[in-house]
Structures are given as structure tokens and as C-alpha cells.
Design a protein around this ligand. Structure first.
Ligand SMILES: Nc1ncnc2c1ncn2[C@@H]1O[C@H](COP(=O)(O)OP(=O)(O)OP(=O)(O)O)[C@@H](O)[C@H]1O
Length: 329
């Protein structure tokens, strides 16, 4: 029977105690994910995504609050939770190098106590879908990172879980392979009503295109949680500009942040030029930004007004872009 919530957390807390300090990795996370949803988690490094997923997959105990997966408590009914979930992490090196792809996958089905006939049929189907059928007899140690990741994704689906956790599943995949994985994930949800996917990703576009709802998490708390469309709509009153400039100094960014009506500015440094994303309360503030550019001896290369993206929503809430958080991690 389908529960009301695939995932439900109330005031979820997790503290890490080290010799030097006590760190609140999760500080009251409330989540309510319905069966059938593709739910995305977006956050900078250290936001608490992995901690949340580890608690939901029973790999880590919470320090406080409650968490239920498919109606079962992660603390008191961990075995029941495990029967309903599976997990795929990007960049994981699971699998035994000496075994072939098929042998590896079959082995995992046996860990889960699956009937051999059913297991073999599913392995064949998924190898075909993921374009890995011709590698079935290849030793895992001979696979490229991308192909190994495809195999891991198949492993996650083999047990037909009710809740599938995908932690950065397209990390290291080429564009084509990432698209195959995304398309199949959506197809799997569409053809299996009630199946639920929780996805963490660093790729904003992936979250935007794929997720039914997205939670933006930072500093162990959820800052916003809604459909990508509604999140973007929340910025509709603001105006978003993209500027290409000659390289700008941190002092310029600080000066712009001081201007009244500047919601946020984020910088992506390129070769000999910077890309700046600017969210303003209204158009009239732009001249002040441009005069700061001149004050700091930087030149404007191009300027474009555009629709808000999920990245803009993220910057507005977190204060910097996801790529900036990676650069400083
Ligand atoms: N075992 C641990 N001991 C101490 N601190 C930890 C431990 N695991 C995580 N942390 C800290 O808890 C915070 C949340 O970490 P977490 O791994 O959940 O973040 P994340 O959002 O998954 O980040 P990333 O995208 O970098 O994986 C970070 O400050 C991290 O340094």
C-alpha cells in the first residue's frame, strides 16, 4: 500500500562533534515528499545534502527530530526502510573489478534476495536501455568511469525500489549518457506510478528540467521548496541581467552589493572576461552598477536582460552561485 508521504521529516537535526568543534550539519529540516515525485536537492558544498540522504537511507543516525521513508521510521524501522529504497551515488566505485558487468549486477540482486529469473530479465532490459548490453561480459575493471556509473545506475533500479536516491548521478557522464539517464529516470516514474526519486545535483539545468519540486538547502536549513516554475516566478518582480565584462576585482562586487535595490550579484570568471549575473529590484538601478564598473576600471563587453533561471533563485537565496561555492570549497 502506498503511504501518504514517500519521505517525511520533522525538525531533523544532525550534529557532528569533532575535537575542535560541534557542527550543526542539519538544523531543523522539514520535508514532505509525495509518492510519485521527482524531488531535487540543491545546495552549496557543506549544505547538508549528503547528511540528509545518509539519514534517509539509514546510513547515519539523526541527532534529533524524526524521519520517515515510505511510512517507516529510519531509526526504529530501519530494516523496513531498506526494503523500499535503493541508492546510486555519482563517482562511486562499487562493483568488483574482477567480475563482469552482468556478474556484478546479478550479485547485487542476490544480496537483495531477488528471484534469479526475474533478476536476469531485469538485468537484460536495463543493460539494453542504458546502452550497456554489449559490455555485459566486460570486466568491471575495464570500464570507463562513465560506463561504470551507468552500471551503478542499473544496480539502483534492479530492485525496483519505491524510493530511489540519486546522489549526483550524472557526475562524470558525457552529455549523451547523462541524457539517457535523465530520460530513463523520468520514464521509470511515468510508467511506475508512485515510484519516487530524490536527486541531488550540482547541475541547475538538470534540476530545472527534471524535478517536480526542488528544495534549496544551505547551512543545514531549507531556504525554499517548490516547483522550479514557482521558484522562478518568485523572482518575476525582479529584473535579471547578464553582463560580460573585462575581469572585475572583488572591490567592484562589494561596491555593487552596497547599492540599494541590488538583490544579488554573482561572478563567473572566464578567460580574459567575467560573466556577471545581476538581480535588481528594477531597471532604474542599472546605471549605478555601470558607473561602478567604470569606477573600478572595468569594461562592459555585453549586456542582456533575461528571464530568471533556477540559478538566479539559488543565488538570491544562498548569496552566491553554486560554482562559486565549489571554487571556495
Ligand atoms: N563525518 C563528519 N564529521 C564532521 N563533520 C562532517 C562530517 N560529515 C559532514 N560534515 C560536515 O557537515 C556539513 C554538511 O556536510 P554534507 O556532506 O551533508 O554537505 P553536502 O551538502 O552534501 O555537501 P557536498 O556537496 O560538498 O557533498 C559540512 O560542514 C561538513 O563539513
Amino acid at each position: 500500500m502506498q503511504p501518504e508521504y514517500a519521505i517525511r521529516t520533522v525538525n531533523l537535526q544532525r550534529t557532528y562533534k569533532t575535537k575542535e568543534r560541534v557542527l550543526k550539519a542539519l538544523d531543523g529540516v522539514d520535508l514532505a515528499v509525495r509518492p510519485g515525485e521527482l524531488f531535487g536537492f540543491l545546495g552549496p558544498n557543506g549544505a547538508g545534502k549528503t547528511t540528509t540522504i545518509k539519514i534517509l537511507t539509514t546510513l547515519l543516525l539523526p541527532s534529533g527530530g524524526t524521519a520517515e521513508v515510505w511510512g517507516f521510521d529510519v531509526l526504529h524501522e530501519a530494516d523496513a526502510v531498506r526494503r523500499h529504497i535503493n541508492m546510486v551515488s555519482g563517482g562511486e566505485s562499487s562493483g568488483y573489478g574482477l567480475l563482469t558487468v552482468r556478474e556484478n549486477l546479478w550479485m547485487f540482486t542476490q544480496f537483495h534476495g531477488m528471484d534469479s529469473k526475474v533478476a536476469n530479465k531485469r538485468i537484460d532490459e536495463l543493460l539494453e536501455v542504458m546502452g550497456l548490453a554489449d559490455r555485459a561480459k566486460t570486466r568491471v575493471s575495464f570500464l570507463s568511469t562513465g560506463l561504470r556509473q551507468k552500471m551503478n545506475y542499473i544496480r539502483g533500479l534492479l530492485t525496483d525500489p519505491d524510493v530511489l536516491f540519486l546522489d549526483e548521478p550524472t557526475l562524470g557522464l558525457d552529455v549523451e549518457a547523462a541524457r539517457t539517464l535523465r530520460t530513463y529516470t523520468r520514464h521509470w516514474l511515468d510508467t511506475n506510478p508512485g515510484k519516487t526519486v530524490v536527486l541531488t545535483t550540482h547541475y541547475m539545468q538538470e534540476a530545472d528540467e527534471l524535478c517536480d519540486r526542488v528544495a534549496i538547502i544551505s547551512g543545514g536549513t531549507i531556504l525554499a521548496c517548490d516547483t522550479p516554475t514557482s521558484l522562478k516566478y518568485s523572482l518575476q518582480q525582479d529584473v535579471v541581467f547578464r553582463l560580460f565584462t573585462t575581469p572585475v576585482a572583488p572591490a567592484f562586487l562589494q561596491a555593487v552589493e552596497q547599492i540599494a535595490g541590488v538583490q544579488s550579484i554573482s561572478q563567473r570568471s572566464g578567460d580574459q572576461r567575467d560573466e556577471l549575473s545581476l538581480i535588481l529590484r528594477d531597471d532604474a538601478i542599472l546605471p549605478q552598477v555601470l558607473s561602478q564598473l567604470a569606477n573600478h576600471n572595468a569594461g562592459l563587453l555585453s549586456l542582456e536582460k533575461r528571464q530568471p533561471t533556477l540559478e538566479d533563485v539559488f543565488v538570491n537565496l544562498v548569496g552566491h552561485s553554486l560554482s562559486e561555492s565549489e571554487a571556495t570549497a
